[in-house]
Write a new protein. Structure first.
Length: 365
């Protein structure tokens, strides 16, 4: 159904709406059948218990009549059994209904176990108050595979990033670029190897402190239907005006904000609908600058932009290049990597080459 709404224009022009309606109806019939079966299976345990109880009473009566022939004992046994069944049946029915419900939702626990991340235990582990980044970040023989997969996405990745460097990453889709950054951001945990910051391995104990040093700008910047100020500070109740102004200047947004009648109080619209693509990306950069980020990860931040808009974002990146912020850029467009000191090329989860910007330009011309 969401595909039908999201692709309405294309489907309408291709005369495919009827096909998608049929698919919706087919899925709806399937869902109704599943719901009907679930309803029936939910009724079976109580009915089964009632039937077993009735059969037990009949069996007791037949046994007493045919074997003991003692009516006094018969009345006593049947009465005791009926009283016990009357008291126990509701509890037994609830237990069986709960077991059926647990069986229906067991897949959820299996999925949670398969994709369990260690970060959920951070609040249980004593966090180190700070982590220092003054020299380098080292990737030492990093290997990573997704849960349930035997094929590693990254294999024996090793390289070093010095503080203040601008590093680029290129490679075809699926080569492992974003996965590598997710490991650095600690959204994933490698199966083997270590990521060290000034010689200190990144572990659960220092994850929160590490997150305070890292900023992230992705292809589709997260924006709330709120003011520009709230989007940059992520709803901070008492933002620092000096840090906010610095963030705007570093992201090349100061002139744009000053041109708005309401300035930072301007509402961005739903998912930034009132902003251009370049403005949305630069708000992501400003957000990282307000956080006083020391490492900025830009994951294909310009790949969905046109040439003119890309220049706006590149201007912000160039301005950051004059600072001591370490910038890691994943890009398909080589022009985005102009300021990079080194450019790593990934293929099939491995680093296959290290380039300079001039080398890449000469290679593709």
């Amino acid at each position: 159904m969401s595909d039908t709404f999201a692709g309405y224009v294309e489907l309408k022009l291709a005369h495919k709406l009827q096909l998608f309606r049929q698919r919706i109806n087919a899925n709806q019939r399937l869902l109704q059948n599943v719901d009907a079966k679930g309803y029936v299976y939910g009724l079976l345990p109580p009915r089964t218990i009632e039937m077993v109880s009735i059969l037990a009473v009949v069996t007791i009566i037949l046994y007493a009549l045919l074997v003991t022939r003692d009516t006094t004992t018969l009345v006593t046994i049947v009465g005791l059994f009926a009283a016990a069944a009357y008291k126990l049946m509701p509890s037994v029915n609830r237990i069986l209904a709960s077991m059926v419900s647990m069986k229906q939702h067991l897949y959820t626990l299996e999925a949670l176990k398969a994709y369990e991340e260690p970060q959920w235990r951070e609040h249980m582990i004593k966090q180190e108050p700070a982590i220092r980044f003054q020299q380098r970040v080292e990737f030492d023989n990093i290997t990573f595979a997704f849960p349930g997969s035997d094929k590693p996405v990254l294999r024996n990745i090793s390289f070093t990033i010095n503080k203040g460097e601008k590093i680029g990453f290129i490679g075809s889709s699926g080569s492992g670029k974003t996965t590598l950054m997710n490991l650095l951001l600690r959204f994933y945990t490698q199966q083997s190897g270590e990521i060290r910051v000034d010689g200190v391995p990144l572990r659960l104990e220092n994850t929160e402190a590490w997150h305070q040093l890292v900023g992230y700008v992705k292809q589709d910047t997260f924006l709330m239907q709120a003011s520009l100020r709230d989007n940059i500070t992520l709803g901070e109740s008492d933002p620092d005006p000096q840090r906010l102004q610095y963030a705007l200047e570093q992201a090349s947004l100061a002139d744009f904000v000053e041109s708005l009648p309401q300035g930072l109080d301007t509402v961005s619209g739903e998912r930034g609908a009132r902003l251009s693509g370049g403005q949305r990306q630069r708000i992501g950069v400003a957000r990282a600058m307000y956080k006083q980020t020391q490492i900025l990860v830009m994951d294909e931040a310009t790949s969905a932009l046109d040439t003119q808009t890309e220049k706006e974002v590149t201007e912000a990146i160039n301005k950051l290049s004059a600072t001591d912020i370490t910038i890691l850029i994943i890009a398909h467009r080589i022009t985005t990597l102009r300021q990079c000191d080194r450019i790593y090329e990934l293929k099939d989860g491995q680093i296959v080459a290290v380039h300079t910007y001039e080398d890449l330009i000469a290679k593709h011309v």
